[in-house]
Design a protein around this ligand. Structure first.
Ligand code: ASP
Length: 463
């Protein structure tokens, strides 16, 4: 039975079987040393000219996949490598089997890789992911998600999936769309977020919902923006703004402290939008001293009570954060009447950490008249409101409880945890900065048969 490399430290004197990749080969006179790598670490393999498979060992190249067996030996004191966990042991190999050979990789895998052309790295992403930095990033991401799930389940939340094939919604970005074969000329939109579905789940009587949700937005790509991202998407019924903030704050503290992180201030400082603008001149800010930055401290804060509306480039009112939000109690009258629009505040709360916005949510409208009033202020006529949001208005008229929620950006949080500057460094198979999924060479053209089936005609290939 194969064991993993990190287990070898407790196996001195025992016969084991290991498998993994050739990390480095060093020839010292007649001795051949191979660093064998698996998911858990690296161990030194030793071949002497007397070894049965010495000849085979001399053919090994980096990244070949091999299986070896032998008896784990303690290294002599002067040969101990104190830098690695398995530096006290080595394996004189009795049997070697080559499971697969490998071409020479197109770039080195033993560096951080940041200086390598991104298109190339992403074309060979499966190799790129072998580097330690990315292994660590993705494993940390997995641990983070596991801890979040644990915490939410412990607090009575249910994890519920919502559709990927859905309808265009005004979340503020361009939609990715999918043509429908069964309804030629009609299109699904991929979700920019599960916002409407999570609210509908509140109407359905699920009082504590969450989902590790994939969100798709056809936006220009930036260092911290990608077409796809994941968020911890949460919604709760019968809650106040303070209830949601408290639930999330407790979860964040538990999860990050259990990951060994030091948090600057607990409970998290809370600023109104107005206070934040006065104090920091921005609604996201970094409260850490230089020493705290150095020490990897996380400084979380809340910003709450944002203006509901702002004027867009055409001089029309649009929402600042989320059109599905409630108004602050004292501004409900103005919202319903469409008066004093610039002064209407919403119980929206953003979670800020180390200068980034890492989450945002709000208490929502749960009555049809309020949602209708929001879209009226934004200049929608009744027919458009019915066409686009009739389903929400009807659900609200069917006994939807008061509710609110939040979404936390997983990539942003992992970027903060790992110190990465680019969102792509914390995703397994991201799109390139130029918008391709390189490994698969997507997007790609459809063949004539597929186009015909979808009743689509491509009229222009270059804009
Ligand atoms: N739907 C919002 C977003 O994706 C978050 C929320 O209000 O829950 O940004």
């Amino acid at each position: 039975m194969r064991i993993q490399i990190k287990e070898t430290v407790d196996k001195i004197g025992q016969s084991v079987e290991l498998a993994g990749w050739v990390d480095v080969r060093r020839d010292h006179g007649k001795l051949i040393f191979i660093d064998l790598r698996d998911e858990t670490g690296v161990i030194q393999l030793v071949f002497t000219p007397k070894s049965k498979d010495y000849e085979l060992a001399s053919s090994l190249r980096p990244e070949w996949v091999i299986k070896v067996s032998g008896e784990i030996k303690a290294r002599p004191d002067n040969m101990i490598n104190a830098d690695i966990e398995t530096g006290k042991v080595e394996l004189p190999v009795e049997n070697l089997e080559i499971l697969n050979e490998a071409k020479t990789p197109p770039f080195p895998l033993d560096t951080d890789g940041l200086d390598i052309d991104e298109e190339l790295r992403l074309k060979y992403r499966y190799l790129d992911l072998r580097r330690k930095r990315l292994q660590n990033n993705l494993r940390l991401r997995s641990q983070f998600v596991e801890k979040i799930r644990r915490q939410l389940f412990a607090n009575g939340f249910s994890e519920i999936e919502t559709p990927m094939l859905t309808k265009s919604t005004p979340e503020g970005s361009r939609d990715f769309v999918v043509p429908s074969r069964m309804y030629p000329g009609s299109f699904f939109a991929l979700p920019q977020s599960p916002q409407q579905y999570k609210q509908l789940l509140m109407a359905s009587g699920f009082e504590k919902y969450f989902q590790i949700a994939r969100c798709l937005r056809d936006e220009d790509l930036r260092s911290d923006r990608s077409f796809e991202h994941s968020q911890v998407d949460i919604e709760m019924a019968f809650v106040s703004q303070e209830d949601v903030m408290k639930t999330i704050e407790e979860m964040i503290i538990t999860v990050f402290e259990s990951m060994g992180k030091k948090l600057q201030t607990k409970p998290f400082p809370v600023f109104t939008y107005k206070e934040a603008m006065e104090k920091y001149g921005a609604d996201k800010f970094d409260m850490r001293s230089d020493e705290e930055k150095e020490a990897g401290v996380l400084a979380f804060a809340w910003v709450k009570d944002f203006p509901f509306f702002e004027k867009n480039k055409e001089g029309k009112w649009t929402f600042t954060h989320n059109p599905f939000s409630h108004a602050k109690a004292e501004h409900v009258g103005d919202l319903l009447k469409g008066e004093n629009i610039e002064n209407i505040l919403t119980p929206q709360y953003d979670l800020v950490c180390n200068g980034y916005e890492v989450g945002g949510g709000s208490i929502r409208a749960h009555k049809a008249e309020m949602l209708r009033a929001v879209f009226k202020i934004m200049g929608y006529d009744e027919a458009t409101i019915q066409d686009q949001f009739g389903h929400m208005l009807e659900a609200f008229d069917s006994g939807t409880p008061p509710h609110g929620g939040i979404a936390l950006g997983i990539e942003r949080l992992i970027m903060i945890l790992t110190g990465e500057q680019y969102v792509r460094e914390v995703q397994a198979f991201p799109q390139t900065g130029k918008g391709h999924t390189s490994v698969m060479d997507a997007p790609s053209k459809l063949d004539e048969k597929q186009l015909k089936e979808l009743k689509l005609k491509v009229t222009s290939e270059n804009d």
